[in-house]
Design a protein. Structure first.
Length: 265
């Protein structure tokens, strides 16, 4: 896994504030998060052997994240500690379980190409809360070494045509999928998974497009649902599952995750 590790500062609110509006919320819950760390934990809980490439600060948040990752079974030997505050995510959650998130990258922005070591990985999963050149370097190494590259295009950022063409799959939600129009058919990813929230996901390969539905659940908090999906997807791909079968399991785990508060929990 290559991606961010953040401390999530979560506040429950009656509604998200409009411009210039002040809204009172609940007590703040401080929880482990970050797309890279969340995805790594999800993959480990799905049975994969997982190492995380990330950066955290030399502060209490960083120490807490390392402890949380280790407890979840994630190898943190490749997590670098830097003299910059650990990344923070400020999350507002409304009663319907939906969220709005502001991320302060902090130490995540200090991750470098030199920190990338894929070891004996079968699958590389990267998300984009870390510097894009580092992600593209990691994907190039994966292609060179026969590692299956998977990128969750979140938050949306522009990737090179060579990077996009290597991905198997590119994972996007239905809003992020709009950027796919920017890539010609010939330069597109080898496969794509478009997550549709409560409606499941679309799996797009050379064989066509398959819609895989999601089980209906009562959502409490959607924070980290996409990361639960991607982590489980990667774990099943590493175990040899087909992309549609891996997607089915990923949808089930993502649906389960929204019935509980927080991301890694």
């Amino acid at each position: 896994m290559l991606g961010s590790a953040n401390a999530d500062l979560v506040v429950e609110v009656a509604h998200r504030p409009a411009a210039g509006e002040t809204v009172l919320g609940s007590d703040t819950r401080i929880m482990p998060g970050g797309k890279g760390a969340n995805t790594a934990v999800a993959a480990a809980r799905a049975g994969a052997r997982v190492a995380l490439i990330a950066a955290v600060g030399q502060d209490e948040y960083g120490a807490s994240l390392l402890e949380s990752l280790t407890a979840a079974g994630v190898d943190t030997a490749r997590v670098t500690r830097v003299p910059t505050p650990t990344g923070l995510a400020f999350i507002a959650v409304t009663p319907d379980g939906e969220n709005s998130i502001i991320v302060s990258p902090g130490a995540n922005a200090r991750l470098t190409k030199a920190d990338v070591d894929l070891g004996d990985a079968a699958v590389l999963v990267a998300s984009l809360e870390v510097p894009i050149p580092v992600v593209e370097h990691a994907v190039a190494l994966a292609v060179r070494d026969g590692v299956r590259p998977v990128v969750n295009l979140s938050p949306v950022a522009e990737l090179s045509a060579a990077t996009i063409a290597a991905l198997d799959p590119l994972v996007v939600n239905e809003h992020e999928a709009k950027v796919l129009a920017d890539y010609s058919h010939g330069d597109g990813p080898r496969s794509t998974v478009i997550t549709l929230g409560a409606r499941g996901a679309l799996v797009i390969t050379d064989d066509g497009t398959e819609h895989i539905p999601a089980p209906q659940v009562d959502a409490v908090d959607t924070t980290g649902a996409g990361d639960a999906f991607t982590g489980t997807l990667a774990a099943r791909l590493a175990a040899g599952a087909t992309l549609p079968d891996a997607t089915r399991e990923a949808i089930a785990q993502a649906a389960e995750s929204v019935t509980r508060k927080g991301a890694q929990g």
